[in-house]
Design a protein around this ligand. Structure first.
Ligand code: SAM
Length: 619
């Protein structure tokens, strides 16, 4: 709710005005609370807080209109919604309605607010079941209208998912639908009798000469004045023998002048005919019958006495305006006396107080009909206020000659008070039932909103479920990749252990040879340096590996090694063995026998060279 003076109402009004002038949608007659909630929902979705900015947003993003209208126009519907109410319609109201229509005449139905068409096809099935296919095709026209074009487009397709079909009894499903793929399509030959079209219940002309008007769960979205407006149009639409079928929470309690219940429980109504002017005049009775002139009748005295005592105050004047009789009640009421008889009425106060009698008398004489002056308040001297009903009735002879007039004053104070109390209670009752009705409708619309939110949540849930399933599949794929990797890992570990074992084995061999063994690659960089080489030249394997052999400074003259090494790399065997004078790490001079061999891989490539060093005469 908006805080007083916050301007929120103004803003939403200007937004509604904008929607009306730009898109032709008039939402001003919709229930405010529900409307605000729906618009807010869209505003939240696009992250906007006030109506003004949302209007700007709509101007820049026209696609938002669709989302907004879809949110406001709640399309919750289903086949045979409120099943028992449809059973009543099919078994009672429809046969009665059909019985009143001559056999050759068309049967006209209007489904107003048909949403995606389920209700219109339900109506079609009910009528086809009663009439048979042929008569249905020949005679029935169902005009199914809504303001929501998207819903209408869906309705025109006449195809529904099996979930949407769950309320359609199995035998009707088999009889009236064709299954195609996962959907069910309403039979084409009967489908032709259902005509869909856009009709705005607030702004467009109603459809006329309707025998059955189905408008369910649509009125409840409108505020009372708009509901009354729509119902006046429905009253115009419906034939006298027709029925109006509304939704479970729509009781039309406050529209008794337009519709009266045929069966309130199942919300079936009949129209109250609205008389035209001629009809209205027919209600006015011609009460001006002649009164016998009974002059000279033997009972006259008795009659005069009886008239004098009558409870109705009466003053009689003759055609010249002279008072000819004032009964006791009139005398008491207006302070008149018998001496006033014979005076001109216009000389008495009663001629203008409590009401002007002179013009009423003129009118009565002129039209020769009674004139009713209605209820008038009158307070006699020192008395309580009374309500008097005043009638002026012309008095004629049998031959219609005017004799004068009788003026009566009926004391209807008690009735008026009763009437006042009755109207007051009626108003209270009406306002209580209006409030109740509005509360019931509010509850129902909230219910529909919840249902629509629930459907959205179900979709989200389904999406989450499908994402979850995808994640699970990915998880399983990852698990299987993991298994494979573990397997590869295991193999790798085995190989590594094997390699370690081979390395130890090789190191053992190289260590036990007792000669220096060095392996270089083709760039003469040292790749292997065995323990005997360390022992002789004082270089540890980790210091030697990666170094260029010819660049090392040790007790062997490297210049002399250059040629044999390049010959070995070139696979030239000529100078493969030389003896050089060398100095070991302890400074001892000795004859070093050096053998240089090409190192060839299993596939015949030259990897590098193998240099074997031993003390001459020992190897
Ligand atoms: C909740 S659905 C009811 C559908 C169906 N009658 C039922 O009871 O299952 C209300 C329908 O009223 C339609 N509606 C809302 N305002 C309308 C208007 N001004 N004129 C015509 N239809 C309107 C909506 O588009 C929506 O399809």
């Amino acid at each position: 709710m908006s805080a007083p003076g916050s301007g929120v109402d103004d803003d939403i009004d200007s937004l509604l005005e904008y929607l009306k002038s730009n898109r032709g949608f008039d939402f001003s007659g919709y229930k405010r609370m529900s409307l605000e909630r729906r618009i807010r929902k869209r505003m939240d979705a696009v992250g906007i807080d006030d109506y003004g900015s949302y209007q700007d947003y709509l101007e820049v993003h026209p696609a938002e209109y669709t989302d907004l209208f879809n949110t406001i126009l709640i399309n919750v519907t289903s086949f045979f919604r409120d099943g028992p109410a449809w059973e009543f319609l099919a078994s009672d109201a429809v046969p009665k309605m059909l019985a009143a229509i001559p056999d050759h005449q068309p049967i006209r139905v209007w489904c107003a607010g048909c949403a995606s068409g389920e209700e219109s096809y339900t109506t079609a099935m009910v009528l086809a079941e009663t009439l048979g296919d042929e008569a249905f095709r020949d005679r029935v026209k169902i005009y199914a209208t809504d303001v929501d074009e998207e819903a209408l487009a869906q309705a025109r397709l006449a195809t529904y998912s099996s979930d949407a079909m769950k309320n359609v009894p199995e035998e009707l499903r088999a009889k009236y639908f064709q299954q195609n793929g996962t959907g069910y399509t309403f039979r084409a030959d009967l489908r032709r009798s259902v005509i869909f079209g856009r009709n705005d219940l607030v702004q467009d002309a109603p459809i006329s000469r309707i025998d059955l008007l189905v408008s369910r769960n649509t009125l409840m979205y409108f505020a009372p004045e708009a509901q009354a407006d729509i119902l006046r149009r429905f009253n115009f639409s419906l034939n006298d023998t027709g029925f109006l079928f509304v939704g479970r929470s729509e009781m039309l309690i406050t529209h008794g002048e337009l519709f009266t219940p045929y069966n309130l429980h199942w919300r079936v109504f009949v129209r109250v005919p609205q008389p035209g002017m001629r009809d209205r005049y027919a209600f006015v009775t011609n009460a001006g019958g002649g009164i016998e002139n009974e002059d000279g009748h033997p009972g006259r005295q008795l009659r005069d006495a009886a008239v004098d005592l009558a409870p109705l105050a009466q003053v009689v004047v003759d055609r010249t305006g002279v008072v000819t009789s004032i009964n006791q009640k009139a005398r008491a009421l207006f302070g008149l006396t018998p001496t006033d008889i014979g005076r001109a009425l216009q000389d008495l106060e009663i001629s203008y107080r409590p009401v002007d009698l002179r013009s009423a008398l003129d009118q009565a004489y002129e039209t020769q009909r009674p004139v009713r002056l209605g209820r008038i308040a009158w307070r006699g001297a020192g008395a309580d206020e009374l309500t008097l009903e005043v009638d002026v009735t012309p008095v004629e002879t049998a031959g219609a000659a005017l004799l004068g007039a009788s003026i009566t004053f009926a004391d209807v104070t008690a009735q008026a008070e009763l009437h006042r109390l009755h109207s007051q209670s009626k108003r209270q009752l009406e306002s209580a039932s209006e409030e109740l009705q509005s509360a019931v409708e509010e509850l129902e619309t909230t219910n529909e909103e919840l249902q629509s939110t629930n459907e959205e949540l179900e979709t989200t849930n389904e999406e989450l479920q499908s994402t979850n399933e995808e994640l699970e599949t990915m998880n399983e794929e990852l698990q299987s990749t993991n298994d494979e990797l573990e397997h590869v890992n295991e193999e790798q570990r085995n190989r590594s252990a094997e390699l370690d074992r081979l390395n130890l084995f090789l190191e053992g061999i190289l260590g036990s040879l007792g000669i220096g063994v060095v392996v270089v690659d083709r760039q003469q960089e040292i790749q292997l340096w065995n323990p005997s080489a360390t022992e002789w030249w004082g270089l540890r394997s980790e210091e030697a590996i990666g170094e260029n052999l010819l660049g090392l400074e040790m007790g062997l003259p490297m210049d002399a090694m250059r040629e044999p090494l390049s010959q070995a790399l070139a696979r030239d065997p000529q100078k493969s063995e030389i003896t050089l004078e060398a100095v070991n790490r302890r400074g001892r001079t000795f004859e070093c026998h050096v053998r240089t061999l090409p190192l060839i891989t299993a596939d015949g490539e030259t990897y590098g060279a193998l240099v074997l060093m031993s003390e001459a005469g020992q190897a």
